[in-house]
Design a protein around this ligand. Structure first.
Ligand SMILES: C[S@@+](CC[C@H](N)C(=O)[O-])C[C@H]1O[C@@H](n2cnc3c(N)ncnc32)[C@H](O)[C@@H]1O
Length: 287
């Protein structure tokens, strides 16, 4: 019948959409590409209905194609005879493993129907977690910044895969950007960190993004006048932490480090998930 690609959201089980949860509850089998996505899915689906697909820890394209053909061969009959779901963190169509599966099914099992249930992507969730507003009239670009890259150009950027924060930071600041980082936002595994201090994130964690804004931008939406204080009442503005776990600092200051006892568990979860996403995840701290 159908394979559903279900976006699980950034990692907290209650950020799965109502439709996504219904599909997971009704599916005969739910495939998860990594341990993080599996831990979210099992909040909604009994372990007995979780199916695993194996991915090699490689960037070799031939090997990856072989792995995706094998995964599609496993999943196609289950989707043909019933309902199967394949989960990904965030949204299935944003930097996700699901694209590989969809293309492989289309090539080798074209009779299998595919539907996508969108998920809350880190592309949008970062705004609330970092206290950023993308006001009407402004533009924003999505970039990757792995291995210390510092892409520049657009006025505002959300950067994914920020695996060497101090090096990326230096390039962005030199190019005239203010930068804020978010690590493990709305994730039930690992500690959420929001900070503008690159040294607080010197250790490597694949689930790190950045928001970079050119210094001196002034979009002036109508209500920006309230920020100047000229038209405000005496009441202070309401402050929200955007639903981020209490460990997050909303003043963008430095955060404490993760519990050492769980650090290696988190690192191995990160490696498995990152490699399933097609990333070679380096061992150990970045510096
Ligand atoms: C392969 S992409 C997956 C994106 C996902 N499909 C989505 O829509 O959010 C992984 C990158 O997304 C970012 N990311 C995803 N979830 C995140 C989270 N909960 N907190 C911080 N960054 C996250 C990180 O930059 C990470 O390196």
């Amino acid at each position: 019948m159908t394979l559903y690609g279900v976006g699980l959201g950034p990692g907290d089980a209650d950020l799965v959409t109502v439709r996504g949860r219904r599909v997971l509850e009704e599916a005969d089998v739910v495939y998860s590409p990594g341990r993080l996505s599996r831990s979210v899915a099992t909040e909604h689906v009994p372990e007995a209905r979780i199916g695993d697909v194996d991915f090699p820890m490689t960037r070799d394209e031939e090997e990856l194609r072989r792995a995706w053909k094998a995964a599609a061969a496993e999943i196609a009959p289950r989707a043909r005879d019933g309902t199967a779901a394949f989960v990904t963190l965030g949204d299935p169509n944003v930097y996700s493993t699901f694209g590989h599966l969809r293309r492989t099914l289309a090539a080798f099992h074209p009779d299998v129907g595919v539907e996508v249930v969108p998920g809350v992507s880190a592309v949008t969730a970062f705004t609330t977690a970092l206290g950023v507003e993308i006001a009407s009239g402004s533009s924003i670009a999505l970039r990757e910044a792995a291995r210390g890259a510092s892409p520049t150009g657009p006025d505002r950027m959300v950067l994914f895969k920020v695996t060497d924060v101090p090096v990326t930071h230096e390039g962005l600041v030199d190019a005239g950007y203010d930068v804020v980082y978010g690590r493990r936002l709305y994730m039930q595994q690992g500690e959420t960190v929001v900070t503008d201090d690159p040294e607080a994130l010197a250790d490597r964690d694949y689930y790190t993004l950045a928001y970079a804004e050119k210094r001196g931008l002034d979009p002036r939406p109508a209500t920006a006048a309230f920020d100047d204080g000229a038209e405000t009442e005496s009441e202070p503005a309401a402050h929200t932490d955007g639903g981020v776990e209490p460990t997050a600092q909303t003043d963008w200051g430095a955060e404490s480090t993760a519990d050492a006892a769980t650090a290696s568990d988190i690192a191995s979860v990160e490696r498995a998930e990152g490699e399933a996403c097609g990333d070679a995840v380096r061992e150990g701290p970045s510096r």
